[in-house]
Design a protein around this ligand. Structure first.
Ligand code: GDP
Ligand code: IMO
Ligand code: MG
Length: 436
């Protein structure tokens, strides 16, 4: 299950829903930049590293090698789940191959973000993601979860600090960077003691699981347009958040992936910087933001809102090899008298349905819009396709047509039961949530 836009497509709700009937749920990329919300009655869970399948008893939840882990944040998640009576022992496993976001990564993310402005500012979540993934690829300054529980951890930190501290201090604004090896080692010693029972080789578990034919759900973080290789570079995150990242991050080869579900909102949002062709910087955008409560789960920032972009989603649908869509937050659009969809891009006078490969071209896009009538009634109680007003059905059908893929689910509210399966949906996928 992958997001097909710029993140926050309501992946958390869908994973929780689809976990019914699954044996294992896997997070395979990203880190604490993700904020996945699961609503069950009065309980609201906000998950950053831990898979959204954790609420279902008896399901194994794995955090795979491609994830970068911030120990303090994951321990807070663990505590918060346990405080609500969710038992994690034996049900949560963290890969010893996953890299750790260290204090220097957090500082560097903040310094670089503060040093850039305007059109160049990525507006990261300030969770140390970029610097951590860079050190992973660079190898020299990397620390993995397995290293945290090894006896030479203190030496490793001391060695890296010899390079890192002068580097940080030489950056604009970094002269007061306050990091001390002893303090870091002491702090992380505490994390190691608590995390040790969860750390193991998740790849070994997964490779056995696929050969044994067990049911596994992979939970994408971010959205495909934030993919480091295929997204709107450089306004992206630092991992492969499109469908291509599943195998790299989890260690499970593509041949085992049988169904790919692409999650989209019924409109578009984006947090942080970067081009956004269908952005609405007017009252309509504000109405969508208010109706959809479009404020970041991780950072609280207001999300930029805009019309559904069928050019972008068709691109990410193809990129991810998506079998079916899950169309979320349709209820939010009930506040609008008319709704537009971007059907094509006009770039320097040429109309195209190809998604451009660079941010500068994307900035020059003039969206070609098609406007459909709204429905103006509350649909949050709709239980079936027939319960949806004709205009809402027409809107869904048009999106399916433009993107080139049917919807297996339509979501009309944050709760599990506020989910509709259209009759035209792919039977295998629709069957995944049959128990709901
Ligand atoms: P994620 O990062 O993709 O998991 O999405 P977020 O959790 O960051 O943001 C989605 C938000 O929308 C959460 O607050 C969900 O509870 C909420 N939500 C999910 N589905 C629906 C829906 O169909 N309608 C409405 N109104 N809200 C929804
Ligand atoms: P979920 O999983 C929305 C955005 C940031 C920024 C860019 C890079 O909840 O959908 P980073 O901190 O990753 O270096 O920031 O990516 N971003 C997200 N936007 N949802 C997310 O996750 C995001 N994770 C990162 O706002 O523009
Ligand atoms: Mg989110």
């Amino acid at each position: 299950m992958i997001g097909l836009q710029w993140g926050d497509e309501a992946k958390g709700k869908l994973v929780d829903l689809l976990t019914v009937g699954q044996e294992i749920v896997v997070r395979y990329q990203g880190g604490a930049n993700a904020g996945h919300t699961v609503v069950v009655g009065n309980e609201v869970y906000k998950l950053h590293h831990i898979p959204s399948g954790i609420i279902h008893e008896g399901v194994l939840n794995l955090v795979a090698p491609g994830v970068v882990i911030h120990p303090e944040t994951i321990l807070r998640e663990i505590d918060s789940l346990e405080a609500r009576g969710i038992r994690l022992d034996g049900r949560l496993k963290l890969s010893d191959r996953a890299h750790i976001v260290m204090p220097w990564h957090m500082i560097e993310d903040q310094l670089w973000n503060a040093a850039t402005s305007g059109d160049r500012n990525i507006g990261t979540t300030l969770r140390g993601i970029g610097p951590c993934y860079r050190d992973k690829v660079g190898r020299s300054f990397a620390i993995r979860l397995g290293d945290l529980v090894r006896p030479d951890f203190a030496d490793r930190v001391a060695q890296i600090m010899e390079f890192k501290l002068p580097m940080l201090k030489s950056l604009p604004g970094g002269q007061d960077a306050d990091l001390q090896t002893e303090r870091i080692v002491q702090e992380f010693d505490g994390y190691a003691k608590r995390l040790r029972p969860f750390v193991c080789d998740t790849t070994a578990i997964l490779l056995d699981a696929v050969e044994d034919g067990r049911k596994i759900l992979f939970e994408g973080a971010q959205g495909s347009l934030l993919d480091i290789d295929h997204g709107t570079f450089p306004f992206v995150t630092s991992s492969n958040s499109s469908g291509v990242g599943i195998s790299a991050g989890s260690g499970v080869a593509a041949r085992w992936l049988t169904r790919v579900l692409g999650v989209v909102k019924a409109y578009s949002t984006r947090v942080g910087g970067g081009p956004f062709p269908t952005e609405l910087t007017n009252e309509t955008g504000n109405r969508i933001r208010t109706a959809g409560n479009e404020f970041g789960t991780t950072t609280g920032r207001p999300r930029r809102c805009g019309w559904f972009d069928a050019v972008a989603v068709r691109y990410t649908r193809r990129l991810g090899g998506v079998h079916a869509l899950s169309l979320m937050m349709l209820d939010v659009l009930s506040v609008l008298p008319e709704i537009s969809i971007c059907t094509a891009y006009e770039i320097d006078g040429v109309v195209t349905n190809q998604f451009p490969s660079d941010a500068d071209t994307l900035r020059r896009v003039r969206p070609v819009l098609e406007t459909l009538p709204g429905w103006n009634v509350d649909i949050t109680g709709a239980k079936s396709w027939e319960d949806l007003p004709e205009q809402a059905q027409a809107y869904v059908r048009r999106i399916e047509e433009l993107v080139g893929c049917k919807a297996a689910y339509i979501s009309v509210g944050p709760e599990r039961y506020q989910t509709i399966t259209p009759e035209t949906a792919d039977a295998t996928l629709a069957g995944m949530a049959a128990a709901v």
